[in-house]
Design a protein. Sequence first.
Length: 290
Amino acid sequence: MDIRVLRYFLTVVREENISKAAQALHVTQPTLSRQMAQLEEELGTPLFVRGKHLTLTDAGVMLRRRAEEVAELMDKIEDEFASREEVGGIISIGSGVLRSSHVLTRELLAFREKYPRVQYEIYTNTSDYIKEKLDRGLLDFGLLLEPVDVSRYDYIRLREKERWGLFIPEGHSLAAREQITREDLKKTLLITPSRQSVQSEISNWLGEDFQNLDILAAFNLITDMTVMMNTGEACFLAIEGAMESYVGRGQVFRPLYPELSTASVLAWKRSQPLSGAAGKFLEEFRQRQG
């Protein structure tokens, strides 16, 4: 299967029309139609439901997902080899919403000032999503909040600490507190992280089972839950960096006491050699963080 044909397929998917896709690709409509028909024949299944607008069959949806991954990986390969003489290209990084992301941002800006041909692609999502992209070679680095299984990765632990606490509506009775104790937490309606490893960490701090808390909802990415902020009743149990931009906008942050804090790691796939801009960035990052 030719990567060129996969790129043709992705263009047809985007345009939802053979004629428009042919114009975008600067090929004739019959040529593109023939390429798509040959692709369906090669795979032994229809990829499109033909009509006024082309839609994908289940097989077409699956191929689109895989074709996007292949095209992205090919772009990375071409980019790395094109920048061997002069440091340039794209460094792709996955990150949660963390305070340590500010540290990483400063490092990225400093590196680009030295190597202006470098660009960055930043993906914000959960640790599981980031690790999956690392495993597939679609990300160079992942910034992950501990505790996290890094047995398949090499990593550098950042010095910045992530404090746990509550994001509290300003009118809430706990907003006047300086710190949040274990007893405060037990009496509060909470929105909490869904990651099992994080729940175990909080259970250890709490001294009893996490599930004994009064939990309204659980989140895997806290920014998806901000629609629930305006209720004025539930408090978000999260790290300080997760919703810093909301402090002063109807929310206050109060740390847990005794303090519960964790670190984050910059991880990369152990079996994947980093070259080009990513390799150079890692080299300089090690020196500055060492």
